[in-house]
Design a protein around this ligand. Structure first.
Ligand SMILES: Nc1ncnc2c1ncn2[C@@H]1O[C@H](COP(=O)(O)OP(=O)(O)O)[C@@H](O)[C@H]1O
Ligand SMILES: [Mg+2]
Length: 355
């Protein structure tokens, strides 16, 4: 899995044959700075982008293959005992309203490099069926974290934040609430050179600017009812600068962006999941102590806890989800939830590149 944060690649080796899902190995490789810069540049239209996207897809497949090699080495198993790789690719455009979402990838090269069957391009079929193509993780969140008596909500704070609402015995819903880390990372990097604000320490030295927070929250995306999904197409540095008056202190803007992520997540849960009892956090944003504290405060008295409390590492949930989605595909089972994405029906997702 490589998500909108453009930080790197998370991999897990999952065993679904166990009575409860077992993660046999995990690996992470950050993107090399040149590849990251190119993936960032490809988020916007630019010169010769078909050629550049093809080369970036090739480099990406190389990263994915390296992560697979790490996993096999850690677990000490041969490629021949792995049924498939579920590979999301790197989103460079997400425009379901125009009928497409685009993840660059070279699954054929990944199959060639690893000798393992690859399942890729999961989102396209849902969009073809009239859906948002996102989020695709709620079905997996439900399978992993759903409970017969407790109303749970899973919040994945990646570049974009998404929630999965899991009422006991009820219908699963899910949607993107808006920015997770994407603006926090972009502002931090521009102002300090650091790729992200570790533990939210820099934001904690600033003061929230209430008028700016109110302007940011006035963006119509936040009030849109689900199903909805978003990406870097909508939330980027120029989006932020449009709302700045100029002259704000940089750390105050960071504090305000932290409040924006926390408020938009908490508001979504209060409004759309009023019965929620336990909120489970995952994704890199769950490592941001200041962000977690704000979310916890905004959602009290509900329990807010990391998914570690359920025995799963926060950084592994999305990668596990795409392993699960690949298994669904190979088993001929649907991966999307029409109530989540707005698709006309359940669909078997993805394209299979046999070993
Ligand atoms: N210790 C930390 N403190 C603050 N933020 C963190 C920390 N670790 C990870 N992050 C955030 O998590 C992001 C990566 O999260 P991830 O779940 O991989 O998102 P995505 O799926 O969009 O790639 C980083 O870009 C960073 O913003
Ligand atoms: Mg990531």
């Amino acid at each position: 899995m490589s998500g909108t944060s453009l930080d790197g690649v998370d991999g897990v080796l999952a065993d679904f044959a166990q009575p409860s899902l077992a993660s046999l190995a995990s690996a992470y490789r950050p993107f090399a700075p040149e590849l990251r810069a190119e993936l960032m540049a490809l988020q916007r239209s630019g010169a010769d982008e078909l050629h550049r996207a093809s080369l970036a897809g090739r480099a990406l497949a190389g990263c994915y293959a390296d992560v697979v090699t790490d996993l096999l080495r850690e677990a000490q198993i041969p490629a021949s005992s792995v049924r498939a790789i579920g590979c999301h690719g790197q989103t460079v455009r997400h425009r379901p309203e125009l009928g497409y979402t685009l993840q660059i990838n070279q699954p054929a090269l990944l199959a060639e490099r690893t000798g393992i069957t690859v399942v890729a391009d999961f989102r396209a079929r849902d969009v073809a069926a009239g859906g948002q193509g996102a989020p695709l993780v709620p079905a997996f969140h439900a399978a992993l974290f759903g409970d017969a008596s407790e109303h749970r909500v899973v919040v994945n704070i990646g570049g974009i934040a998404n929630v999965s609402d899991l009422p006991p015995g009820g219908a699963v819903r899910g949607w993107d609430t808006g920015p997770g880390n994407v603006l926090l990372d972009a502002w931090c990097e521009r102002q300090t050179g650091a790729r992200f604000d570790a533990a939210g320490a820099w934001a904690s030295r600033g003061q929230v600017i209430p008028a700016l927070l109110a302007r940011l929250l006035s963006d119509t995306y936040f009030a849109l009812p689900p199903p909805k999904s978003t990406g870097r197409d909508h939330f980027h540095l120029d989006w932020l600068t449009f709302f700045l008056a100029g002259g704000e202190r940089a750390q105050d803007v960071q504090a305000t962006l932290l409040a924006l992520t926390a408020t938009s997540v908490a508001d979504a849960i209060r409004l759309h999941c009023p019965g929620a009892q336990r909120v489970l956090l995952c994704g890199g944003g769950a490592c941001n102590a200041a962000l977690v504290q704000l979310v916890r405060h905004a959602l009290a008295p509900r329990v807010v806890a990391g998914v570690e409390t359920m025995g799963i590492a926060a950084s592994q949930v999305e990668a596990l989800a795409f392993a699960w989605l690949a298994k669904q595909t190979l088993d001929g089972k649907p991966g999307n939830l029409p109530a989540v994405t707005g698709a006309r029906g359940a669909r078997v997702l993805g394209a299979i590149y046999p070993a």
